[in-house]
Design a protein around this ligand. Structure first.
Ligand SMILES: N[C@@H](CCC[C@H](N)C(=O)O)C(=O)O
Length: 290
């Protein structure tokens, strides 16, 4: 293993990540990037701090890539190896995958000009097409939203009914008239474990303009409250459309860390938003070996 691995810090609408360039799988081989190391990296005082980790790696160096990508393996040179701050794997990350492409470009691993039509990237939720937008931001087609029932989040003695939506990862999107600023999300919302056996990301949503503009707060599985969630924005956009009897449309989603736009179609859900790299450096050997 490299003694001082290169590391970047970045965010998408303030959903922040530790980014580890490892194109040939030589920097973080085997189980070096295990759950304990991910937790250390994401620790905000004793580590670098982040809502998760993104490893920039070619699919051929990811042991579970053949299983999750199947016959698409050969079409996905790159794999977004995403981890939540608690070390768990997630199937998909909408803010992370935009930052992933931005970091590939910034590290000189991919040409920006080659990404205008989008690059197919492997994820544990399957392949996703992600591209560079003309305004400097990034878009990603997350595939269709898939509703799988109705559930209720319990928080602070109140019930928030919503719909269960898969964007590759599970969400409970609850539209409510309760003032979002009055909610205490320092404790996890409770949910129905039978509907969500692998846990769930919970979004609480105020509709600002029906089927067009919403605001959310989110409690992420494996992290806690975050300033944004890209897959959550997609689930919420879908829920806001369904609430108006629609399944297609464009919804602006305000998150605590900024603004995302989601175009919901029959077969596609296109998320657009910024990706920002803040710093680049190396991990110190003494911290790594401590
Ligand atoms: N913040 C992400 C979602 C990250 C994964 C999530 N916590 C999960 O466990 O499903 C996003 O931008 O989509």
């Amino acid at each position: 293993m490299t003694s001082s691995p290169r590391v970047l810090i970045g965010h998408g609408t303030e959903n922040d990540f530790v980014v580890l360039p490892d194109p040939d799988g030589t920097v973080w081989p085997g189980d070096r990037l295990d759950a304990a190391m991910v937790r250390r990296l994401c620790e905000r005082r004793a580590g670098l701090g982040g809502d998760g980790v993104l490893r920039l790696v070619r699919s051929t160096h990811v042991p579970d890539a053949p299983e999750v990508l199947g016959e698409d393996l050969d079409r996905c040179e790159w794999f977004m190896d995403h981890r939540n701050a608690d070390g768990s794997h997630a199937e998909m990350c909408g803010n992370g995958i935009r930052l992933f492409l931005h970091a590939l470009i910034s590290e000189g691993l991919v040409e920006r000009a080659a990404c205008e039509q989008g690059l197919l990237v492997g994820t544990r939720g399957g392949p996703r097409r992600v591209g560079a937008a003309p305004d400097g931001g990034y878009w990603v087609d997350m595939g269709p939203a898939r509703a799988f029932g109705r559930g209720t989040a319990q928080l602070g003695g109140r019930s928030f009914p919503g719909i269960a939506v898969s964007m590759g990862n599970p969400h409970l999107a609850a539209l409510t008239d309760v003032d979002l600023d009055s909610l205490d999300l320092t404790t996890p919302p409770r949910f129905d474990p039978q509907l969500f056996p692998d846990g769930v990301n919970v979004e609480l949503v105020n509709v600002l303009e029906p089927a067009a503009h919403v605001r959310l707060r989110v409690f992420e599985r494996g992290v806690g409250e975050t300033r944004s969630c890209g897959t959550g924005a997609c689930a919420v956009a879908y829920a806001a459309l369904v609430a108006e009897g629609r399944t297609e449309g464009t919804v602006v989603v305000d998150v605590p860390g900024g603004r995302l736009t989601v175009q919901v179609g029959v077969r596609t859900t296109v998320l657009t938003g910024p990706a920002v790299l803040v710093s680049a450096g190396v991990l110190c050997p003494e911290w790594l070996s401590a």
